[in-house]
Write a protein that binds this ligand. Structure first.
Ligand code: UDP
Length: 258
């Protein structure tokens, strides 16, 4: 593949040095992991779909004034982004109880929350990304209180926008994960949205049937994960029927025998 210098390989993406200083190329893989990488597999075509969905969402978020690392999509699996210093916190935004919240507090999955809940996890694979309080974040200096104000305000705005966007295409936004980074400008730094927003890091349920259209299909061995990701993209108006990208995706899938 590419001769560019690899900076980092994560569970779902590879980061390469970008063409100009301060830029990075994000390559979206088909690899899927769950339960802190205890479960591993591939979802054919996932990287292509997530690259496109994330491009779409980050572009819309830019239009409503959410600053992000996204610069432009380069090809089917790559996008150019600004290099940031990642804040080591995963921000979980919840509208409906599911997953670890349901397990931890014994709240039935699917219970609507009286208001949006923000949770923070410390990004550390060896520790299994533990849930932390804002006090831990301040105490250990992972982010300043000012930065946390920007992060939480952005997370709520992103949620309001995305919940409406998904409702418009018959999808309930149950919960999702965000990551933020710092960009430095002279003596100052500011917080921008980073990483990706795709069915890998969201719970998306069909409004009518509650069918899961996200990575829970993989986590819970429900099957049909590639089709579910493709359905989300289709409802968003991406990859229109008969487009060359759909043909490419299908032929990629055939080649791999799926
Ligand atoms: N999530 C994620 N990466 C993580 C942890 C969570 O993208 O490392 C997303 C997950 O897809 C879900 C939301 O954040 O949409 C809440 O996840 P939860 O805390 O319920 O964890 P899980 O059930 O996935 O262990």
């Amino acid at each position: 593949m590419s001769r560019r210098r690899q900076i980092y390989e994560g569970k779902a993406k590879i980061l390469y040095e970008g063409p100009e200083p301060g830029t990075i190329i994000q390559y979206f893989k088909d690899d899927a992991t769950a339960f802190n990488a205890e479960k591993k597999g591939t979802i054919n075509g996932k990287g292509v779909i997530n690259n496109r969905i994330s491009e779409h969402i980050f572009t819309l978020l830019t239009h409503i004034g959410i600053p992000s690392h996204f610069i432009r999509r380069l090809n089917m699996r790559e996008q150019l982004v600004k290099q940031v210093e990642i804040v080591p916190i995963e921000v979980i935004v919840r509208n409906v109880a599911a997953g670890s919240l349901s397990k931890r507090l014994g709240i039935e999955e699917g219970t609507a929350l009286p208001h949006t809940l923000l949770e923070y996890c410390y990004k550390d694979d060896a520790l299994g990304d533990p849930l932390v309080a804002e006090e831990h974040i301040a105490c250990f200096g992972w982010a300043s209180q000012e930065e946390m104000q920007d992060i939480s305000a952005m997370a709520i705005r992103i949620n309001d926008f995305l919940a409406g966007m998904f409702a418009g295409i018959g999808i309930k936004l149950i919960d999702f994960k965000l990551e933020f980074g710092r960009v430095f400008e002279g003596d100052f730094s500011r917080i921008i949205l980073a990483d990706e927003i795709s069915p890998d890091g969201c719970r998306l349920w069909d409004i009518e049937t509650n069918e899961k259209l996200d990575k829970d299909r993989f986590r819970r061995d429900l099957g049909g994960e590639a089709e579910a990701y493709q359905e989300v993209a289709r409802r968003l108006g991406l990859f229109p029927e008969g487009s060359s990208e759909v043909a490419d995706l299908n032929s990629e899938r055939k080649k791999r025998g799926k």
